[in-house]
Ligand binder design. Structure first.
Ligand code: BES
Ligand code: ZN
Ligand code: ZN
Length: 484
Protein backbone atom coordinates (compact mmCIF):
# COMPACT_ATOMS: atom_id res chain seq x y z
CA UNK A 1 0.00 0.00 0.00
CA UNK A 2 1.15 3.50 -0.81
CA UNK A 3 0.53 6.40 1.54
CA UNK A 4 0.35 9.82 -0.14
CA UNK A 5 0.32 13.13 1.64
CA UNK A 6 -1.35 15.71 -0.61
CA UNK A 7 -0.54 19.34 -0.06
CA UNK A 8 -3.92 20.53 -1.33
CA UNK A 9 -7.51 19.56 -0.65
CA UNK A 10 -8.26 18.09 -4.05
CA UNK A 11 -9.60 14.60 -4.55
CA UNK A 12 -7.64 12.70 -7.21
CA UNK A 13 -9.90 11.25 -9.93
CA UNK A 14 -8.66 7.71 -9.23
CA UNK A 15 -10.12 7.77 -5.69
CA UNK A 16 -13.04 5.37 -5.25
CA UNK A 17 -13.65 5.94 -1.53
CA UNK A 18 -13.80 9.16 0.46
CA UNK A 19 -13.42 8.94 4.22
CA UNK A 20 -14.46 11.81 6.44
CA UNK A 21 -13.49 12.04 10.11
CA UNK A 22 -15.93 14.27 11.90
CA UNK A 23 -16.38 15.55 15.41
CA UNK A 24 -19.89 16.17 16.67
CA UNK A 25 -21.43 19.19 14.98
CA UNK A 26 -18.26 20.05 13.07
CA UNK A 27 -18.72 22.43 10.14
CA UNK A 28 -17.21 20.95 7.04
CA UNK A 29 -14.89 22.86 4.81
CA UNK A 30 -15.23 20.35 2.02
CA UNK A 31 -16.76 19.74 -1.41
CA UNK A 32 -20.37 20.95 -1.57
CA UNK A 33 -21.80 17.62 -2.56
CA UNK A 34 -20.22 15.84 0.43
CA UNK A 35 -21.24 18.62 2.80
CA UNK A 36 -24.82 18.42 1.56
CA UNK A 37 -25.00 14.70 2.25
CA UNK A 38 -23.56 15.14 5.71
CA UNK A 39 -25.92 18.00 6.51
CA UNK A 40 -28.95 16.01 5.49
CA UNK A 41 -27.78 12.94 7.44
CA UNK A 42 -27.27 15.13 10.49
CA UNK A 43 -30.69 16.70 10.14
CA UNK A 44 -32.27 13.27 10.26
CA UNK A 45 -29.84 12.25 13.01
CA UNK A 46 -28.63 9.37 10.87
CA UNK A 47 -25.06 10.42 11.50
CA UNK A 48 -24.11 12.76 14.31
CA UNK A 49 -20.37 12.18 14.70
CA UNK A 50 -20.36 10.20 17.94
CA UNK A 51 -17.13 8.38 18.74
CA UNK A 52 -17.14 4.93 17.10
CA UNK A 53 -19.98 5.88 14.74
CA UNK A 54 -19.44 4.71 11.15
CA UNK A 55 -21.80 5.27 8.25
CA UNK A 56 -21.33 4.22 4.64
CA UNK A 57 -23.13 5.86 1.78
CA UNK A 58 -22.41 6.64 -1.86
CA UNK A 59 -21.89 9.85 -3.72
CA UNK A 60 -22.34 10.40 -7.43
CA UNK A 61 -19.57 12.37 -9.03
CA UNK A 62 -19.41 12.81 -12.79
CA UNK A 63 -21.39 9.65 -13.45
CA UNK A 64 -19.32 7.59 -11.07
CA UNK A 65 -20.34 6.37 -7.67
CA UNK A 66 -17.79 6.75 -4.93
CA UNK A 67 -18.03 5.28 -1.50
CA UNK A 68 -18.42 7.85 1.25
CA UNK A 69 -17.40 6.62 4.69
CA UNK A 70 -18.20 8.85 7.63
CA UNK A 71 -16.44 8.15 10.90
CA UNK A 72 -17.30 9.91 14.15
CA UNK A 73 -14.67 11.39 16.47
CA UNK A 74 -17.02 12.34 19.31
CA UNK A 75 -17.06 15.77 20.92
CA UNK A 76 -14.27 18.07 19.76
CA UNK A 77 -13.52 19.13 23.37
CA UNK A 78 -12.74 15.51 24.17
CA UNK A 79 -10.72 14.72 21.06
CA UNK A 80 -7.31 13.21 21.75
CA UNK A 81 -4.56 11.45 19.82
CA UNK A 82 -5.70 7.91 20.61
CA UNK A 83 -9.26 8.66 19.49
CA UNK A 84 -7.82 9.85 16.17
CA UNK A 85 -5.76 6.66 15.73
CA UNK A 86 -8.81 4.54 16.50
CA UNK A 87 -11.01 6.46 14.08
CA UNK A 88 -8.40 6.28 11.32
CA UNK A 89 -8.08 2.53 11.94
CA UNK A 90 -11.84 2.14 11.81
CA UNK A 91 -12.00 4.06 8.53
CA UNK A 92 -9.17 2.06 6.99
CA UNK A 93 -10.74 -1.26 7.99
CA UNK A 94 -14.12 -0.22 6.64
CA UNK A 95 -12.63 0.91 3.31
CA UNK A 96 -10.82 -2.39 3.03
CA UNK A 97 -13.94 -4.36 3.80
CA UNK A 98 -15.77 -2.44 1.08
CA UNK A 99 -12.95 -3.44 -1.29
CA UNK A 100 -11.95 0.14 -1.98
CA UNK A 101 -8.80 0.54 -4.07
CA UNK A 102 -7.94 4.15 -3.36
CA UNK A 103 -9.01 6.09 -0.30
CA UNK A 104 -9.00 9.83 0.30
CA UNK A 105 -9.17 10.96 3.91
CA UNK A 106 -10.70 14.29 4.78
CA UNK A 107 -10.20 15.51 8.31
CA UNK A 108 -9.37 18.69 10.13
CA UNK A 109 -9.24 17.10 13.61
CA UNK A 110 -10.78 20.14 15.20
CA UNK A 111 -10.01 20.39 18.90
CA UNK A 112 -7.14 17.90 18.85
CA UNK A 113 -4.86 18.44 21.83
CA UNK A 114 -1.45 16.94 22.55
CA UNK A 115 1.98 17.30 21.01
CA UNK A 116 1.52 15.18 17.92
CA UNK A 117 0.76 16.60 14.50
CA UNK A 118 -2.21 15.21 12.53
CA UNK A 119 0.21 14.21 9.73
CA UNK A 120 2.18 11.99 12.13
CA UNK A 121 -0.93 10.47 13.62
CA UNK A 122 -2.64 9.68 10.34
CA UNK A 123 0.49 8.23 8.72
CA UNK A 124 1.20 6.12 11.81
CA UNK A 125 -2.28 4.75 12.22
CA UNK A 126 -2.84 3.97 8.54
CA UNK A 127 0.42 2.04 8.31
CA UNK A 128 -0.26 0.21 11.57
CA UNK A 129 -3.78 -0.68 10.45
CA UNK A 130 -2.44 -1.94 7.13
CA UNK A 131 -0.18 -4.54 8.78
CA UNK A 132 -1.20 -8.16 8.79
CA UNK A 133 0.90 -11.15 9.74
CA UNK A 134 0.16 -13.29 6.71
CA UNK A 135 3.47 -14.77 5.64
CA UNK A 136 2.32 -18.32 6.41
CA UNK A 137 -1.02 -18.07 4.63
CA UNK A 138 -1.08 -19.72 1.20
CA UNK A 139 -4.06 -17.56 0.32
CA UNK A 140 -3.49 -13.94 1.22
CA UNK A 141 -6.22 -11.31 1.50
CA UNK A 142 -6.93 -10.16 -2.06
CA UNK A 143 -8.82 -6.99 -1.18
CA UNK A 144 -5.87 -4.65 -1.49
CA UNK A 145 -6.33 -1.04 -0.66
CA UNK A 146 -3.58 0.27 -2.91
CA UNK A 147 -3.40 3.97 -2.16
CA UNK A 148 -4.39 6.09 0.83
CA UNK A 149 -4.33 9.87 0.36
CA UNK A 150 -4.60 12.45 3.08
CA UNK A 151 -4.06 16.17 3.15
CA UNK A 152 -1.22 17.65 5.16
CA UNK A 153 1.71 20.06 5.02
CA UNK A 154 4.17 18.82 7.59
CA UNK A 155 6.53 16.45 5.77
CA UNK A 156 8.70 15.83 8.83
CA UNK A 157 5.70 14.80 10.95
CA UNK A 158 4.52 12.46 8.21
CA UNK A 159 7.99 10.92 8.00
CA UNK A 160 8.17 10.42 11.76
CA UNK A 161 4.76 8.75 11.88
CA UNK A 162 5.79 6.55 8.96
CA UNK A 163 9.08 5.58 10.62
CA UNK A 164 7.31 4.69 13.86
CA UNK A 165 4.73 2.50 12.15
CA UNK A 166 7.38 0.81 10.03
CA UNK A 167 9.48 0.08 13.14
CA UNK A 168 6.46 -1.18 15.07
CA UNK A 169 5.56 -3.46 12.18
CA UNK A 170 9.11 -4.86 12.22
CA UNK A 171 8.59 -5.73 15.89
CA UNK A 172 5.19 -7.25 15.12
CA UNK A 173 6.61 -9.45 12.39
CA UNK A 174 9.40 -10.66 14.70
CA UNK A 175 7.00 -11.34 17.56
CA UNK A 176 4.61 -13.36 15.43
CA UNK A 177 7.26 -15.42 13.68
CA UNK A 178 7.23 -18.87 15.28
CA UNK A 179 10.27 -20.25 17.02
CA UNK A 180 10.95 -22.82 14.29
CA UNK A 181 11.71 -19.87 12.02
CA UNK A 182 13.12 -17.51 14.64
CA UNK A 183 16.01 -19.07 16.54
CA UNK A 184 18.51 -16.86 18.39
CA UNK A 185 20.86 -17.05 15.39
CA UNK A 186 18.09 -16.03 12.99
CA UNK A 187 17.11 -13.17 15.31
CA UNK A 188 20.73 -11.96 15.38
CA UNK A 189 20.99 -12.21 11.58
CA UNK A 190 17.77 -10.26 11.25
CA UNK A 191 19.12 -7.52 13.54
CA UNK A 192 22.27 -7.44 11.40
CA UNK A 193 20.23 -6.96 8.25
CA UNK A 194 18.29 -4.12 9.87
CA UNK A 195 21.57 -2.57 11.08
CA UNK A 196 22.73 -2.43 7.48
CA UNK A 197 19.42 -1.12 6.20
CA UNK A 198 18.95 1.56 8.88
CA UNK A 199 22.58 2.43 9.50
CA UNK A 200 23.26 1.45 13.12
CA UNK A 201 26.29 -0.50 14.36
CA UNK A 202 26.01 -4.06 15.59
CA UNK A 203 28.12 -6.63 17.43
CA UNK A 204 26.99 -10.22 17.82
CA UNK A 205 28.59 -12.55 20.38
CA UNK A 206 28.36 -16.32 19.97
CA UNK A 207 28.18 -18.94 22.73
CA UNK A 208 31.97 -18.97 23.20
CA UNK A 209 32.19 -15.21 23.68
CA UNK A 210 29.14 -15.26 25.96
CA UNK A 211 30.92 -17.73 28.26
CA UNK A 212 34.21 -15.89 27.98
CA UNK A 213 32.56 -12.68 29.14
CA UNK A 214 31.32 -14.57 32.21
CA UNK A 215 27.62 -14.37 31.40
CA UNK A 216 26.90 -17.48 33.38
CA UNK A 217 23.29 -16.73 34.26
CA UNK A 218 22.47 -16.20 30.58
CA UNK A 219 24.47 -19.25 29.51
CA UNK A 220 22.77 -21.51 32.07
CA UNK A 221 19.39 -20.72 30.54
CA UNK A 222 20.68 -21.07 26.98
CA UNK A 223 22.74 -24.24 27.22
CA UNK A 224 19.83 -26.70 27.26
CA UNK A 225 18.95 -25.99 23.64
CA UNK A 226 20.54 -27.24 20.43
CA UNK A 227 19.94 -23.78 19.00
CA UNK A 228 22.89 -21.73 20.28
CA UNK A 229 22.38 -18.32 21.95
CA UNK A 230 23.46 -14.96 20.61
CA UNK A 231 24.20 -11.74 22.48
CA UNK A 232 23.31 -8.79 20.28
CA UNK A 233 24.60 -5.24 20.85
CA UNK A 234 23.28 -2.45 18.61
CA UNK A 235 24.58 1.11 18.77
CA UNK A 236 23.31 4.45 17.51
CA UNK A 237 25.78 7.17 18.50
CA UNK A 238 23.83 10.18 17.26
CA UNK A 239 25.34 12.66 19.71
CA UNK A 240 29.10 12.48 19.27
CA UNK A 241 29.62 15.59 21.42
CA UNK A 242 28.22 13.84 24.48
CA UNK A 243 29.43 10.34 23.83
CA UNK A 244 29.41 9.48 27.53
CA UNK A 245 25.66 9.99 27.72
CA UNK A 246 24.19 6.65 26.70
CA UNK A 247 20.71 5.20 27.11
CA UNK A 248 20.69 1.40 27.12
CA UNK A 249 17.56 -0.43 25.97
CA UNK A 250 17.67 -4.10 26.97
CA UNK A 251 15.05 -6.48 25.55
CA UNK A 252 14.21 -9.97 26.79
CA UNK A 253 14.93 -12.27 23.86
CA UNK A 254 13.61 -15.75 24.64
CA UNK A 255 12.84 -16.99 21.15
CA UNK A 256 11.02 -19.81 22.92
CA UNK A 257 10.20 -20.41 26.57
CA UNK A 258 9.03 -23.94 27.31
CA UNK A 259 9.80 -23.36 30.99
CA UNK A 260 12.82 -25.69 30.80
CA UNK A 261 12.81 -28.56 33.28
CA UNK A 262 10.12 -26.65 35.23
CA UNK A 263 8.06 -27.35 32.13
CA UNK A 264 5.01 -25.26 31.33
CA UNK A 265 1.68 -26.83 30.40
CA UNK A 266 0.89 -27.17 26.68
CA UNK A 267 -1.48 -24.26 27.00
CA UNK A 268 1.06 -22.14 28.82
CA UNK A 269 3.65 -22.93 26.18
CA UNK A 270 1.46 -22.31 23.17
CA UNK A 271 2.11 -18.55 23.06
CA UNK A 272 5.73 -18.65 24.11
CA UNK A 273 7.12 -17.78 20.68
CA UNK A 274 6.25 -14.24 21.84
CA UNK A 275 8.71 -14.35 24.74
CA UNK A 276 11.06 -12.25 22.64
CA UNK A 277 8.61 -9.33 22.49
CA UNK A 278 11.02 -7.17 24.49
CA UNK A 279 13.81 -7.81 22.01
CA UNK A 280 11.43 -7.04 19.12
CA UNK A 281 10.65 -3.72 20.82
CA UNK A 282 14.29 -2.68 21.18
CA UNK A 283 15.22 -3.79 17.65
CA UNK A 284 12.21 -1.93 16.26
CA UNK A 285 13.03 1.16 18.33
CA UNK A 286 16.63 1.11 17.02
CA UNK A 287 15.31 1.14 13.44
CA UNK A 288 13.16 4.22 14.14
CA UNK A 289 15.89 5.97 16.17
CA UNK A 290 18.41 5.44 13.36
CA UNK A 291 16.03 6.30 10.58
CA UNK A 292 15.11 9.57 12.30
CA UNK A 293 18.80 10.21 13.07
CA UNK A 294 18.04 11.15 16.66
CA UNK A 295 20.70 13.36 18.17
CA UNK A 296 21.30 11.07 21.13
CA UNK A 297 23.23 7.90 21.98
CA UNK A 298 21.39 4.61 22.35
CA UNK A 299 22.71 1.10 22.85
CA UNK A 300 20.21 -1.73 22.48
CA UNK A 301 21.03 -5.15 23.89
CA UNK A 302 19.44 -8.57 23.49
CA UNK A 303 20.49 -11.80 25.18
CA UNK A 304 18.76 -14.19 22.78
CA UNK A 305 18.26 -17.86 23.61
CA UNK A 306 15.75 -20.68 24.03
CA UNK A 307 14.62 -22.19 27.33
CA UNK A 308 14.33 -25.91 26.55
CA UNK A 309 14.48 -29.08 28.66
CA UNK A 310 17.27 -31.50 27.72
CA UNK A 311 20.07 -33.49 29.33
CA UNK A 312 22.12 -30.29 29.27
CA UNK A 313 19.50 -28.04 30.85
CA UNK A 314 20.04 -26.26 34.14
CA UNK A 315 18.14 -27.79 37.05
CA UNK A 316 15.77 -26.48 39.67
CA UNK A 317 17.94 -26.34 42.80
CA UNK A 318 21.14 -25.38 40.95
CA UNK A 319 23.19 -22.47 42.23
CA UNK A 320 24.63 -20.55 39.30
CA UNK A 321 26.92 -17.56 38.83
CA UNK A 322 26.46 -14.37 36.85
CA UNK A 323 28.61 -11.77 35.12
CA UNK A 324 28.28 -9.53 38.18
CA UNK A 325 29.70 -12.24 40.44
CA UNK A 326 26.43 -12.61 42.35
CA UNK A 327 25.29 -16.22 42.83
CA UNK A 328 21.70 -17.25 42.14
CA UNK A 329 19.69 -20.20 43.39
CA UNK A 330 17.43 -21.52 40.62
CA UNK A 331 14.15 -22.37 42.27
CA UNK A 332 12.28 -22.55 39.00
CA UNK A 333 13.82 -22.79 35.53
CA UNK A 334 10.76 -21.04 34.11
CA UNK A 335 11.84 -17.80 35.79
CA UNK A 336 14.55 -17.61 33.12
CA UNK A 337 13.97 -14.12 31.74
CA UNK A 338 15.37 -12.42 34.83
CA UNK A 339 18.53 -14.56 34.56
CA UNK A 340 19.21 -13.55 30.96
CA UNK A 341 18.39 -9.92 31.79
CA UNK A 342 20.62 -9.94 34.88
CA UNK A 343 23.69 -10.42 32.66
CA UNK A 344 22.39 -8.16 29.90
CA UNK A 345 21.73 -5.15 32.15
CA UNK A 346 25.01 -5.73 34.01
CA UNK A 347 26.84 -5.79 30.67
CA UNK A 348 25.09 -2.52 29.69
CA UNK A 349 26.36 -0.80 32.83
CA UNK A 350 29.87 -2.27 33.01
CA UNK A 351 30.90 -2.73 29.38
CA UNK A 352 28.82 -0.15 27.52
CA UNK A 353 29.03 2.38 30.39
CA UNK A 354 25.35 3.17 30.05
CA UNK A 355 24.19 6.31 31.86
CA UNK A 356 20.77 4.75 32.33
CA UNK A 357 19.23 1.37 31.58
CA UNK A 358 15.74 0.40 30.56
CA UNK A 359 14.74 -3.24 30.27
CA UNK A 360 11.58 -4.42 28.54
CA UNK A 361 10.42 -7.98 28.99
CA UNK A 362 7.56 -10.44 28.82
CA UNK A 363 8.65 -11.29 32.35
CA UNK A 364 5.75 -12.46 34.50
CA UNK A 365 2.32 -13.99 34.07
CA UNK A 366 1.53 -12.09 37.27
CA UNK A 367 1.59 -8.85 35.26
CA UNK A 368 -1.39 -10.10 33.26
CA UNK A 369 -3.22 -10.90 36.50
CA UNK A 370 -2.39 -7.44 37.90
CA UNK A 371 -2.86 -5.16 34.89
CA UNK A 372 -4.51 -7.20 32.14
CA UNK A 373 -3.52 -7.47 28.51
CA UNK A 374 -3.10 -3.83 27.60
CA UNK A 375 -1.32 -2.10 30.44
CA UNK A 376 2.46 -2.37 30.88
CA UNK A 377 3.78 -2.65 34.42
CA UNK A 378 6.66 -0.30 35.25
CA UNK A 379 9.30 -0.22 37.98
CA UNK A 380 11.63 2.75 38.36
CA UNK A 381 14.47 3.73 40.69
CA UNK A 382 14.86 7.25 39.28
CA UNK A 383 12.23 10.01 39.11
CA UNK A 384 13.59 11.91 36.10
CA UNK A 385 13.96 8.75 34.01
CA UNK A 386 10.46 7.66 35.00
CA UNK A 387 8.97 11.07 34.16
CA UNK A 388 10.47 10.89 30.69
CA UNK A 389 8.92 7.47 30.18
CA UNK A 390 5.56 8.72 31.36
CA UNK A 391 5.78 11.63 28.92
CA UNK A 392 6.80 9.26 26.14
CA UNK A 393 3.84 7.00 26.87
CA UNK A 394 1.53 10.01 26.58
CA UNK A 395 2.80 10.52 23.03
CA UNK A 396 2.52 6.86 22.04
CA UNK A 397 -0.68 6.30 24.05
CA UNK A 398 0.77 3.00 25.22
CA UNK A 399 -0.76 2.50 28.65
CA UNK A 400 1.65 2.04 31.55
CA UNK A 401 1.31 1.84 35.30
CA UNK A 402 4.05 2.26 37.89
CA UNK A 403 4.27 -0.34 40.64
CA UNK A 404 5.82 0.22 44.08
CA UNK A 405 9.29 -1.01 45.04
CA UNK A 406 9.01 -1.30 48.82
CA UNK A 407 12.09 -2.62 50.57
CA UNK A 408 10.37 -5.67 52.02
CA UNK A 409 9.84 -7.08 48.52
CA UNK A 410 13.57 -7.88 48.55
CA UNK A 411 12.92 -10.59 51.15
CA UNK A 412 11.10 -12.58 48.47
CA UNK A 413 14.23 -13.31 46.48
CA UNK A 414 16.67 -13.98 49.31
CA UNK A 415 18.15 -17.44 49.71
CA UNK A 416 20.16 -18.91 52.59
CA UNK A 417 22.70 -20.60 50.32
CA UNK A 418 23.04 -18.06 47.48
CA UNK A 419 23.09 -14.29 47.05
CA UNK A 420 19.71 -14.35 45.32
CA UNK A 421 16.83 -16.71 44.54
CA UNK A 422 15.32 -16.56 41.05
CA UNK A 423 11.75 -17.00 42.27
CA UNK A 424 10.05 -15.14 45.06
CA UNK A 425 7.33 -16.15 47.46
CA UNK A 426 4.34 -14.26 48.76
CA UNK A 427 2.84 -12.82 45.58
CA UNK A 428 3.63 -9.51 43.84
CA UNK A 429 5.53 -11.55 41.23
CA UNK A 430 5.82 -8.67 38.76
CA UNK A 431 7.48 -6.48 41.37
CA UNK A 432 9.80 -9.12 42.81
CA UNK A 433 10.73 -10.39 39.32
CA UNK A 434 11.50 -6.86 38.17
CA UNK A 435 13.39 -5.94 41.33
CA UNK A 436 15.54 -9.05 40.86
CA UNK A 437 16.71 -7.58 37.52
CA UNK A 438 17.24 -4.22 39.25
CA UNK A 439 19.79 -5.87 41.59
CA UNK A 440 22.17 -6.02 38.61
CA UNK A 441 22.16 -2.34 37.59
CA UNK A 442 23.55 -1.20 40.94
CA UNK A 443 22.93 2.55 41.30
CA UNK A 444 22.33 3.29 37.62
CA UNK A 445 18.99 4.97 36.82
CA UNK A 446 16.80 2.11 35.72
CA UNK A 447 13.34 1.41 34.33
CA UNK A 448 11.74 -2.00 33.99
CA UNK A 449 8.77 -2.58 31.67
CA UNK A 450 6.85 -5.84 32.05
CA UNK A 451 4.98 -6.42 28.79
CA UNK A 452 3.81 -9.99 29.45
CA UNK A 453 0.48 -10.41 27.67
CA UNK A 454 0.87 -7.08 25.84
CA UNK A 455 2.92 -8.23 22.87
CA UNK A 456 -0.11 -10.02 21.40
CA UNK A 457 -3.73 -8.99 21.35
CA UNK A 458 -6.67 -11.34 21.05
CA UNK A 459 -8.93 -8.31 20.59
CA UNK A 460 -9.09 -6.13 17.51
CA UNK A 461 -7.83 -2.73 18.70
CA UNK A 462 -9.00 -0.81 15.61
CA UNK A 463 -5.64 0.43 14.33
CA UNK A 464 -3.84 -2.62 15.69
CA UNK A 465 -5.60 -5.76 14.55
CA UNK A 466 -5.64 -9.12 16.33
CA UNK A 467 -2.16 -10.56 16.71
CA UNK A 468 1.24 -9.01 17.41
CA UNK A 469 1.21 -5.42 18.72
CA UNK A 470 4.84 -4.28 18.61
CA UNK A 471 4.24 -2.82 22.06
CA UNK A 472 7.02 -0.57 23.35
CA UNK A 473 8.60 0.53 20.06
CA UNK A 474 6.92 3.93 19.93
CA UNK A 475 7.38 4.66 23.63
CA UNK A 476 11.07 3.72 23.55
CA UNK A 477 11.56 5.98 20.54
CA UNK A 478 9.96 8.97 22.28
CA UNK A 479 11.93 8.23 25.44
CA UNK A 480 15.20 8.27 23.46
CA UNK A 481 14.06 11.45 21.70
CA UNK A 482 13.62 13.17 25.07
CA UNK A 483 17.44 13.08 25.43
CA UNK A 484 18.09 14.96 22.16
N1 BES B 1 7.71 -15.84 29.76
C1 BES B 1 7.12 -16.06 31.00
C2 BES B 1 6.11 -15.00 31.40
C3 BES B 1 4.86 -14.92 30.57
C4 BES B 1 3.73 -15.62 30.94
C5 BES B 1 4.80 -14.12 29.46
C6 BES B 1 2.58 -15.53 30.18
C7 BES B 1 3.64 -14.00 28.70
C8 BES B 1 2.53 -14.72 29.06
C9 BES B 1 8.18 -16.12 32.10
O1 BES B 1 9.42 -16.57 31.71
C10 BES B 1 7.67 -17.04 33.14
O2 BES B 1 7.46 -18.17 32.85
N2 BES B 1 7.48 -16.52 34.34
C11 BES B 1 6.98 -17.30 35.42
C12 BES B 1 7.72 -16.88 36.65
C13 BES B 1 7.49 -17.76 37.83
C14 BES B 1 8.05 -19.14 37.60
C15 BES B 1 8.12 -17.11 39.03
C16 BES B 1 5.47 -17.02 35.55
O3 BES B 1 5.04 -15.89 35.31
O4 BES B 1 4.74 -17.93 35.87
ZN1 ZN C 1 9.60 -18.71 31.77
ZN1 ZN D 1 9.92 -16.30 29.68
Amino acid sequence: MELKMLLEKKIPPSVDAIGVLLTKGQELDFSNSVSEIIDSLREKEQFVGDAKEVLVTYIKDEDEYRKLILVGLGESEKLNTEKVRMAVGRLFNKAKKLKAKELYIASTLEGLTGDLKPEALIAESILLANYKFDKYLSKKDESKLEVVNFVGQDEAACEEGTALAEATNIARELTATPSNDLTPVILADFAKEKAKEYGFDIDIFDEKKIQKLGMEAFWQVAKGSDNPPRFIVMRHMGDKKNKDDITALVGKGLTYDSGGLSLKTSDGMSTMKTDMGGSAAVIGAMCAISKQKLNTNVVAIVAACENIPSARSYHPGDIIGSMSGKTIHVKNTDAEGRLTLADAVYYAVKEEKASRVLDIATLTGACIAALGQRVTGVLANDEDFYQRLENASKLSDEMMWRLPMFDHFKEAYKHPEADLNNTGEGGAGTITGGMFVGEFVEDTPWLHLDIAGKSYTSKDLEYIGKGPTGVGVRSLYYLAKSYE
